[in-house]
Design a protein around this ligand. Structure first.
Ligand SMILES: [Zn+2]
Ligand SMILES: [Zn+2]
Length: 329
């Protein structure tokens, strides 16, 4: 039996309740935390066991989320498999037949390997970019384009700020563009980079200078590269960086393909930590499930596309929203 709830998804099997990425404390025998992005974590009370990877546990702690009852004990009916989304991210295979993806990416990027998922009977799959048309170019193409752009700005004496979400994307960016000098890393990104280092991931940014908010008006003039958290050209930080240094902003996000996104930054490039639409379809085809639930982003659109392919698919939460129960036996 599978139950969908407001605070995530709860799966009941063999008399056990497993909560998947709940946003609040829930009544369950076990809570699974797929990765340390804030939309997948909750403030845990002292009751209930938590299953997560040791990397997620450490990153969560660095982000202010503690899971005192985290368990790494092997459980034969629960298998965590890399989801390729961020460091430590996992999918969960329950009872060898129910697969919950959390957030997934199947392409290799810098130090991260893309996910390889097993066959399953029931697939719960994220659908952030689950709409036809979201097709990301290869990582090599995006990196090449970014390097050309940076080289062009350097030749004009202009500094460049590369932006991404401070946990996950910013570490991929650091690793992919570490060869540029001088290299500045904004403090919130640097903090997370040092957690990655502690967890054994070498980002190659040892030569970088950490920039604290108080130093931003005392940087060098002339070209340099900075890795910073994603923020719009209207933010105080970017306005300062433009006023003082004429800095150019480049944001990395899958939403670069959405027309409404381009106005927030000088340039946007579609480097994503998620599958694009076509990769999501590939995941479904390789898992060969009998039943599919979609969640996140274009959940309705993706479920409807999959139904058109002959799959039994529905968006989680789209049914029985009052009782929050999706009956499945
Ligand atoms: Zn995520
Ligand atoms: Zn997510």
């Amino acid at each position: 039996m599978l139950i969908g709830s407001d605070s995530g998804i709860i799966v009941e099997y063999k008399g056990r309740r497993v909560a998947l990425d709940p946003k609040h404390d829930v009544r369950a025998d076990l809570v699974f935390v797929s990765h340390a992005h804030t939309d997948h974590m909750h403030r845990a009370s002292s009751i209930g066991k938590v299953l997560t990877s040791k990397e997620t546990l450490r990153i969560a702690e660095a982000r202010g989320f503690r899971y005192p009852n985290a368990s790494h004990e092997p459980d034969p009916s629960l298998e965590m498999i890399d989801s390729g989304h961020v460091l430590g991210s996992k999918t969960l295979l329950i009872d060898d037949r129910i697969l919950y993806t959390g957030d997934i990416c199947t392409r290799d990027r810098a130090f991260l390997k893309g996910a390889r998922l097993p066959r399953c009977e029931i697939l719960m799959i994220e659908s952030t970019y689950g709409k036809k048309g979201f097709r990301f170019p290869s990582v090599e193409d995006i990196v090449h384009k970014a390097n050309m752009l940076i080289a062009d700005m350097y030749s004009r004496g202009l500094p460049v700020i590369l932006m991404g979400y401070p946990f996950g994307k910013a570490q991929i960016i650091t690793s992919l563009f570490r060869h540029w000098e001088p290299l500045y890393i904004y403090e919130s990104v640097a903090r997370m980079n040092s957690v990655y280092r502690e967890l054994g991931v070498r980002l190659g940014d040892d030569h970088a200078t950490i920039v604290r908010s108080k130093d931003i008006d005392s940087l060098k003039h002339g070209p340099w590269l900075m890795v910073a958290p994603k923020q719009s050209n209207n933010s105080l930080f970017v306005r300062m960086m433009k006023k003082h240094y004429n800095a150019v902003t480049v944001a990395f996000t899958g939403w670069a393909l959405a027309y409404w996104h381009s106005r927030f930054h000088d340039y946007t490039l579609p480097l994503s930590d998620h599958c694009d639409f076509y990769e999501l379809v590939q995941v479904v085809n390789s898992c060969k499930p009998n039943k599919i639930y979609t969640f996140h982003g274009f959940a309705e659109e993706f479920a409807s596309y999959l139904r058109g392919m002959g799959y039994d698919a529905e968006a989680i939460g789209s049914k029985c929203s009052k009782c929050n129960i999706l009956d499945y036996i």
